[in-house]
Design a protein around this ligand. Structure first.
Ligand SMILES: *Cc1c(COP(=O)(O)O)cnc(C)c1O
Length: 222
């Protein structure tokens, strides 16, 4: 199926349910992104800072870029101010660096807190307990130029549907518990979960932002 048709098909299935689509375009050339853009896609996800910064000037101005990869602290300076949403804040130290840099540049950064629930140790993110503690202690009130818009997470890399569903449930529950701990949090609405193989389960469990690469653009060549 063509990229354009795939985008139209996904949008037709997602928008009526209030789910936004991030087209994960990492490792794909800009020509493919343009195809998706021309089919109406506006949110693109990238996981490497240099690749993202290379692509920005080659795409129309109304593209909303999401950073979805592990962000190294030494790349924060280059990223801040260039994206609509940093989905993958995985430590308090990183959050503070994003906040300091945003204040310095006079911009407000929008971010999601990445939750780690998957069985793989290699994945990044806060444990649910750590994150609930962060909000119970109201540390977010120290942020000067960053708005936390919600949470992001990945399910275990497995064929076990029950495990995948349990992981997504745990992410959605963690967001609920954060809101219980800090009921006055505003615009903490985004639950980013679900990729090519598991987005239907993720939506079932409350996702309202899915990050889909392979299903749109085909396999990545690393
Ligand atoms: C690459 C990536 C995706 C997209 O995965 P696909 O299986 O290609 O849809 C989604 N989320 C994150 C964080 C990624 O790194």
């Amino acid at each position: 199926m063509s990229i354009a048709l795939k985008i139209q098909q996904l949008q037709a299935s997602l928008s009526p349910r209030g789910v936004e689509l991030v087209a994960v375009s990492k490792f794909h050339p800009v020509e493919r992104l343009i195809e998706a853009y021309n089919a109406g896609q506006r949110i693109f996800g990238e996981s490497r800072v240099s690749e993202l910064l290379d692509k920005i000037p080659l795409m129309p101005d109304d593209v909303r870029w999401h950073f979805i990869g592990h962000l190294q602290t030494n790349k924060v300076r280059r990223l801040v101010g260039n994206v609509d949403l940093i989905e993958s804040v995985d430590s308090e130290r990183l959050l503070k660096m994003i906040d300091d840099e945003s204040a310095r540049k006079g911009v407000t950064s929008r971010v999601l807190m990445q939750i780690h629930v998957a069985e793989e140790e290699t994945k990044f993110g806060f444990s649910p307990d750590e994150l609930i503690k962060y909000f119970s202690e109201r540390k977010f009130e120290d942020l000067k130029a960053t708005h936390i818009c919600g949470v992001m997470g990945m399910a275990s890399n497995t064929d076990d549907i029950d495990r995948i569903r349990a992981d997504f449930k745990a992410i959605a529950l963690c967001r609920r518990q954060i809101l219980d701990a800090a009921p006055d949090l505003r615009d903490f609405d985004t639950i980013s979960m679900g990729m090519s193989d598991d987005h239907e389960i993720a939506i079932d469990e409350g996702s309202n932002l899915v990050r889909i690469g392979t299903e749109i653009f085909g396999r990545r060549e690393y």
